[in-house]
Design a binder for this molecule. Sequence first.
Ligand code: MN3
Length: 260
Amino acid sequence: MYILINYLNMKKLLSSIFVVVLFSAFTFGSNPLPADNSFWSKVFSRLSEYQLTGQSKQLPLPYAYKDLEPTIDAKTMEIHYSKHHATYTKNMNDATANTDNSAKPLFQLFTEIENSPALVKNNAGGFYNHLLFWTILAPESGQAPKGELLRAINESFGSMDKLKEAFSNAAKKQFGSGWAWLTVDEKGKLVVSSTPNQDNPLMSTSEVRGIPILTLDVWEHAYYLNYQNRRADYVDAFWKIVNWKEVGRRYEEALVAILY
Ligand code: MN3
């Protein structure tokens, strides 16, 4: 038992030291890599979330359709996951079947997305954005950001409330359909942005590029049954069901991928 406790403590200590070293490396500017396509290709290849463009699969939801109520109702979740996301997935696989992209890592496709037709871009984005979105949601539990993620939020935005304000504004002001993002940029800093349609920060065409760790779908199909035209209410309620543990995991993974 003592050995186990010591082992766990040692693991925790080592991971803390590791993150502090990473953090220091960013703070003192020892990472002057240019953020071009080859940089992002290398960074993305280190991320654990791996899918092949033409053979992508939806992952099972980590909760039941009804588990996000009352913030997101069961019917919306069911239609969103089993119809909308399923359609993006099928359309992307169909559009890239028998092309050079059929066995290309999805993140690689995103770094050169300007070479793809709109059909591929829209459906590949639709596939990935939802894949990420499902993982950063969780049944309401009063979770909050902790540890390195919380420190990074405070450093980049000043406070958790300021992050919420910036992100919520991006979500509310995105004209028409699109997404709001919290992204780790090439320097390891957190930035907020929004994109139209199914674009995302992984795409070479995106104004703000990086590794997204938190996102919100502001297409009407994501909220209309319950909120109708009240997008702002949906955005404000969203904070109750953020899976901060997963966002924190993604933040630390992104930092490691960018530095090494
Ligand atoms: Mn959607």
